[in-house]
Ligand binder design. Structure first.
Ligand code: GAR
Length: 224
């Protein structure tokens, strides 16, 4: 058997905080479950733990300071042009938003159409935006989950690639539910990247078809 690896997709991960999804991607790459290489970790927060994780793994960690663009009338676009310059400089093929708490503009969306993914802690299109887990509990849902989707102009609106569902328990708090969802995030995000690396994601309108099929998951009934 040949040990030659296939093409490694050049990834950039944009993260603002803790970076546990970044870590899941790093771990999956190191375990050779994902045919990719992280060429840049970019943050809008200088003290983001994600940047620290990047350094620990000898990855390039880059802080792009939003304050540098604050005075400009199109400051959000100007910021994204600076990010785009970094992405282009490193020949990035796929951008991953992983807890990136900044809304991306058309500057990035147009440059990376169907080549930029986001992970969100709800079963979209329910509960886009902030505090998804809290809103899910308050609504009285019995099932929650997470979604990996391609990024479009609308917040948390793009074509859905993968979703995972978890039950909600009566005693759940936003924190306990977030932890249960996060476990699944760490599984589906690397999986989505690998599907991309294998060239198996085909976007048709709002729908993402997975070429060569995927096994059907089991139904989740909650409470069972
Ligand atoms: C994750 O739960 C992710 O789904 C969420 O932020 C968390 C980041 O955690 N993203 C959003 O809410 C985006 N709308 P991490 O920094 O440990 O990966």
């Amino acid at each position: 058997m040949s040990s030659k690896r296939p093409h490694l997709v050049r990834l950039a991960v944009l993260a603002s905080g803790r970076g546990s999804n970044l870590q899941a991607i790093i771990d999956a790459i190191e375990a050779r479950r994902v045919d990719a290489t992280i060429v840049a970790v970019i943050s809008n927060k200088q003290d983001a733990a994600a940047l620290e994780r990047a350094r620990k793994h000898n990855l390039r960690g880059i802080f792009v300071d939003p304050k540098l663009f604050a005075g400009q009338p199109d400051n959000r676009e100007a910021y994204d042009r600076a990010i785009l310059a970094v992405l282009q400089e490193h020949d990035v093929e796929l951008v991953l938003l992983a807890g990136y708490m900044k809304i991306v503009t058309t500057v990035l969306v147009n440059a990376y159409t169907h080549r930029m993914m986001n992970i969100h802690p709800s079963l979209l299109p329910s509960f886009p935006g902030l505090d998804a887990q809290k809103k899910t509990i308050e609504w009285g849902c019995k099932v929650a989950g997470c979604t990996v989707h391609f990024v479009t102009e609308g917040v948390d609106e793009g074509p859905i690639i993968l979703q995972a569902a978890v039950p909600i328990l009566d005693q759940d708090t936003p924190e306990t539910l977030a932890a249960r969802i996060l476990e699944q995030e760490h599984k589906i995000y690397p999986k989505a990247v690998q599907l991309f690396a294998e060239g198996r994601l085909q976007v048709e309108g709002r729908c993402v078809l997975i070429k060569q099929g995927m096994p059907m998951g089991e139904a989740l009934i909650s409470p069972s």
